[in-house]
Design a protein around this ligand. Sequence first.
Ligand SMILES: Nc1ncnc2c1ncn2[C@@H]1O[C@H](COP(=O)(O)OP(=O)(O)O)[C@@H](O)[C@H]1O
Ligand SMILES: [Mg+2]
Length: 329
Amino acid sequence: MALVLGIESTAHTFGVGIVSDEPRILADARFSYVPEKGGIHPREAADSFVKNAPRVLREAFDQAGVSIDSVDAIAVALGPGMGPCLRVGATIARALAAYYGKPLIPVNHAVAHIEIGRMLTGAADPLAVYISGGNTAIVAKHGSRYRVFGETLDVALGNFMDTLVRELGLAPPYVVGGVHALDRCAEGGKYVELPYVVKGQDTSYSGLLTAALKAFKNGARVEDVCFSAREVAYSSLVEVAERGVAQLGKSEILLVGGVAASRYLVEKFRALAEYRNLRLHVVPPKYAVDNGVMIAWTGLLLFKHGVTVEPERAVVKQRWRLDSVDVYW
Ligand SMILES: Nc1ncnc2c1ncn2[C@@H]1O[C@H](COP(=O)(O)OP(=O)(O)O)[C@@H](O)[C@H]1O
Ligand SMILES: [Mg+2]
């Protein structure tokens, strides 16, 4: 049996997970940075990670009931993400690996979102819809890599949602009780015309953001703005996903990343799945958002295929694209 400890620190969450290859999740400890106002301030987030890392690490070992001696390898998300945040996790992982003489495994955060989704849902060869604060991509495995078959031309879906509710004075906090402020505000809203943009297989949300805020300034009701912005944003994503499955001949869709925790978005995809006779897999909300378990699990897959990196070569890559990573499984 192999045990891998994984460290996540790409943006707002410092997480430590420990998994075994059964597969079993032995530990899932997290600290989340929540800005008092505005978006993520990378340096503030990194400072809060430094303060909380020892506690989170200790909690992970306590949950698993193992010491570091039983851990076979240390995995770390080296990118993509925010430099100051990434460096906290990378520094801790390098130190642990070097001091305890454990192999160090470089994990791509985006690949990890997909792999934890596949592991937890049993999806075999899906079209993955990866939607989070920093990414919006339609992805499928082709040969030995994940390939991007569509993405946002500007801001990511989660970033669009967070910015909109913040500018409307509805957040932070962005998510309360598992419901995003945009989904909550949209209840009872009516449609007002907003620009719907899909170019080929790509989506776009920045024009929608500007138009939604303008509509609000011009007197549209906040629930109508939220409802309409959400409908346009979610529908454009469903459209490119539908074309993606048709073109690639896929029979499964897998939703991963923080926004996959939106049950309203899931409903839209469920309708598509029924209409197209597809199997819809959705990563459980707890593992939709960033966590250490997904890094540990992907680290374990890489470890089994002999992928390791020397600590002195384990540099962070803020723009590490998922389609540049070889996947051997
Ligand atoms: N229940 C939810 N419904 C909709 N969006 C959510 C929900 N929970 C989190 N999100 C969004 O997911 C995004 C964070 O995704 P995550 O994968 O954790 O981070 P990152 O994009 O930094 O990797 C944020 O934009 C957040 O608002
Ligand atoms: Mg993420």
